[in-house]
Design a protein around this ligand. Structure first.
Ligand code: ADP
Ligand code: ADP
Length: 238
């Protein structure tokens, strides 16, 4: 589904590669945790997958098609097939849970289309369903600024799921949450992965969470691929 060939990234003004010659093939059915210390290149890898970062060398193939040959509009189309969740949630604080989740239907660029009256009844029903799936039905009309961190991330997950993505990408989605809440968020992500057969790629610091939930662990160190295998094979070498 995603193929990464000889991928390197070097940022402007930098003398080191943020990613060095990475080769990976990612298949539908994987629940991947990308491990690595701060600065290892995890975030750069996610941004290469969704087309926000252009490789310095190498190529990312999405369903066999090279991302580098796509124009802005084509990249936007591909990005619609990728649900994203973030460390700082990227929600609209003054809007309700319902309104924030509905923005998933149009992507973040068009989040001004957030008036509930704009959506048809089928869309409203689907949004209510995913909100129920993440356990937030009772908070439907609450402004997200009044939610806890774990609840906010559930809104982020619901918004991504409403997009009906082919892959869910997470850039440190539990880095601002306490361990218990992080565990619950991962448990929900795993449930969604199993129920929807959704390819999931999540950056995470916490080895315990990765070992508990991943089907496959990828570890990066200083931009290099250090490990790619099952949680059982993984020993903490980073
Ligand atoms: P991680 O997500 O694992 O913390 P990053 O992908 O954010 O790692 O960073 C990898 C390396 O690239 C680090 O050395 C970081 O300082 C550098 N880097 C990240 N983003 C930029 C940027 N926009 N400009 C310059 N250097 C960057
Ligand atoms: P349940 O929904 O069955 O109550 P939880 O979501 O609370 O389960 O936890 C799922 C798993 O994660 C369990 O194996 C539990 O022991 C473990 N767990 C829960 N909270 C934490 C935590 N704060 N730190 C480490 N492990 C935890």
């Amino acid at each position: 589904m995603i193929e990464i060939k000889n991928l390197s990234v070097r940022y402007h003004n930098s003398t080191n590669d943020a990613l060095k010659n990475i080769n990976l093939t990612v298949e539908k059915g994987d629940f991947i945790c990308v491990l690595g210390k701060s600065g290892a290149g995890k975030s750069t890898l996610i941004r290469c997958l969704n087309g926000l970062q252009k490789p310095t060398n190498g190529e990312v193939y999405w369903n066999g098609e090279p991302m580098s040959t796509k124009n802005e509009e084509q990249i936007r189309v591909v990005r619609r097939e990728m649900g994203m969740i973030f460390q700082h949630f990227n929600l609209i604080p003054r809007l309700s849970v319902f309104q924030n989740v509905l923005t998933g239907l149009f992507g973040y660029r068009n989040s001004f289309k957030n008036l509930i009256g704009w959506y048809n009844s089928e869309e409203l029903k689907e949004a209510k369903q995913v909100i129920s799936d993440v356990g937030l039905s009772e908070f439907l009309d609450r402004r997200v600024e009044h939610l806890s961190g774990g609840q906010k991330q559930r809104v982020g997950i619901a918004r991504a799921i409403l997009q009906q993505p082919k892959v869910l990408l997470g850039d440190e989605p539990v880095a601002s949450l306490d361990p218990g809440t992080s565990n619950h968020v991962f448990k929900l992500l795993k449930e969604m992965h199993l129920r929807l057969q959704l390819l999931t790629v999540i950056n995470v610091h916490d080895v315990t969470l990765a070992k508990r939930y991943a089907t496959r662990i990828i570890a990066l160190k200083n931009g290099e691929l250090l490990f790619d295998g099952t949680p059982d094979e993984f020993t903490d070498r980073i």
